[in-house]
Design a protein around this ligand. Structure first.
Ligand code: MRU
Length: 352
């Protein structure tokens, strides 16, 4: 199932993930503001997927602008870029994709709006293609970390739904399975919005990969019983020192994994690595509406008037991360040296 599709007539269709697994419905977006809303309310979610969606949002904006000059045209697209980039603060892939499209637009030497529009759309297509092919490479690198018979605990959804296709953490699982490894998955349900129960379980089940859902508070007992061989998750932002922001609850799993001597792995594209930040404490953590905690499936579960706190992500310190898998290889500590090497060395190799 595709997370999103660009239609020839200049429309973006987004799979509305809030309805899954019960309802499969595509939202038709003709205006970038509709894409911004879809990102904010998690119709499209997952770090790479929101980056790709925002890039297509810019293509929608670029297609709808009438401006008297090239500069005015670029200014109008920039307004859309600012709005799209502000929809969610934690996943760096969002700003990365928006900035990449803007760079392509600005470097396109033409006054013809048709040419400028084409450049924006072409860059959005490129980001989408590269995300999917990068995930497949990530899978090929990462599968060597997955032993035959491994029982893998994952959190949230870092699958095809969270990307342009194939997935990051779930992509590694897919690749291990494709080479014949007999593996199984535990999906933490991921309160408050249940991405693990609704989305990861759905993806794995459809693919015939054995999956068992647990509530988040069962992870410690599961590990204590010796039922987990490794933890594998995605990421929303990784600092130069290897600190990892990911869905709230990830940090608790990393601490538990350490206690039980279970390796904790992260799979993420290099577009998730933010070399401008050193410490995880510099990452802005999104706080979302209290209603996500006070209500479950439309039912109020917290007494009226009681305070709740709803951070959407947490930070796992690098010391708890055994390896980071990117589309350019497996990175091991020390991360300050090795992450940079993984990103920069391979970039110049690709350019050659
Ligand atoms: O709030 P969400 O559903 O967008 O959070 C998603 C996650 O935390 C994922 O683990 C992360 O973005 C990696 S997706 C490949």
């Amino acid at each position: 199932m595709e997370t999103m599709r660009w239609l020839e007539e200049g429309l973006l269709e987004l799979l509305d993930q809030t309805g899954l697994p019960g309802t499969v419905n595509y939202l038709k977006c003709g205006d970038y503001r509709e894409v911004a809303t879809a990102i904010k309310n998690l119709s499209v979610r997952g770090a790479p997927a929101i980056g790709v969606a925002a890039a297509y949002g810019l293509a929608l904006a670029a297609g709808n602008i009438e401006a008297e000059s090239r500069d005015a045209y670029i200014d109008r697209v920039r307004e859309a870029a600012v709005e799209l980039a502000a929809t969610r603060p934690t996943a760096v892939n969002l700003c990365w994709a928006v900035e990449r499209v803007m760079r392509r637009l600005i470097s396109t030497q033409s006054d013809d709006p048709g040419v400028l529009r084409h450049a924006v759309l072409d860059e959005a297509h490129a980001i989408r293609r590269e995300d999917e092919s990068g995930n497949r490479r990530m899978g090929e690198f990462g599968r060597e970390l997955i032993p035959q018979g491994a029982r893998i605990l994952t959190h949230c959804n870092a699958g095809a739904l969270a990307t342009a296709g194939y997935g990051t953490a779930l992509g590694v699982i897919r690749a291990a399975r494709a080479e014949g490894k007999d593996i199984s998955v535990f999906a933490g349900e991921t309160r408050p919005l249940l991405q693990g129960a609704r989305l990861t379980a759905w993806e794995m089940y459809q693919e015939g990969i054995p999956v068992t859902v647990i509530t988040d508070n069962m992870a410690g007992y599961l590990m204590a019983k010796g039922m987990v061989d490794l933890v594998l998750v995605g990421a929303d932002r990784i600092t130069s020192s290897g600190d990892v922001a990911n869905k709230i609850g990830t940090y608790s799993l990393a601490v538990l994994a350490k206690e039980h001597n279970i390796p904790f792995y992260v799979a993420a594209p290099v577009s998730t690595v933010d070399l401008s930040l050193t410490s995880g404490s510099e990452i802005q953590i999104e706080e979302r509406d209290m209603a996500e905690v006070t209500h479950l499936a439309g039912q109020q579960i917290v007494p009226t008037g009681v305070q709740v706190w709803n951070p959407a992500f947490d930070v796992t310190p690098a010391r708890l991360v055994a390896a980071i898998i990117t589309e350019r290889g497996i990175v091991r500590p020390p991360y300050p040296q090795n992450l940079k090497k993984n990103i920069l060395t391979s970039q110049s190799e690709e350019a050659d």
